[in-house]
Design a protein around this ligand. Structure first.
Ligand SMILES: [Zn+2]
Length: 146
């Protein structure tokens, strides 16, 4: 009911459980449509100083730009800033997602800014289970806290 004020939704990272916010909006809304229409009218007068049918092309381009903008913003907000976990990539290519998390955790270790930061609450895998997983050859583990 307060959807207008709560575009940014509180959630937790699926991997490190850090509370964070992601944009709920994945596609353009009616407001973006109005904004695109206004922008194209303004552009029309700026370019041709009068009504011009080419305004329709400008309008479509404006819509496309706002759609791409909203998509990119949502896509970027989905990735965890702390551990680099990307749920969208994980669904498509779990290995690529694991690689990204590994790189992010590696970068975190090098970055002095994170020296005093609270350690991430990474999923813990008991030693035996980790060994069993590695014996099975199901790929290397990204993190092992125990
Ligand atoms: Zn995370």
């Amino acid at each position: 009911m307060f959807s207008f004020f709560h575009k940014r939704h509180n959630c937790f990272c699926a991997f490190c459980k850090t509370p964070r916010r992601i944009y709920r909006k994945k596609n353009i809304s009616f407001m973006n449509l109005i904004a695109s229409a206004l922008a194209s009218v303004v552009l029309m007068f700026a370019i041709w100083q009068q009504y011009d049918p080419r305004v329709m092309i400008v309008f479509v381009v404006c819509l496309a730009i706002s759609e791409v903008f909203v998509k990119i913003r949502w896509r970027l907000s989905v990735v965890c800033r702390q551990c680099g976990f990307d749920p969208v990539l994980y669904l498509k290519q779990p290995e690529a997602a694991a690689q990204k998390v590994k790189e992010q955790l590696e970068a975190r270790k090098q970055d002095p800014k994170y020296l005093l930061a609270k350690p991430l609450n990474l999923p813990a895998i008991p030693a035996e289970k980790a060994k069993a997983l590695q014996d099975k050859g199901k790929g290397r583990l990204v993190s092992r806290s125990i």
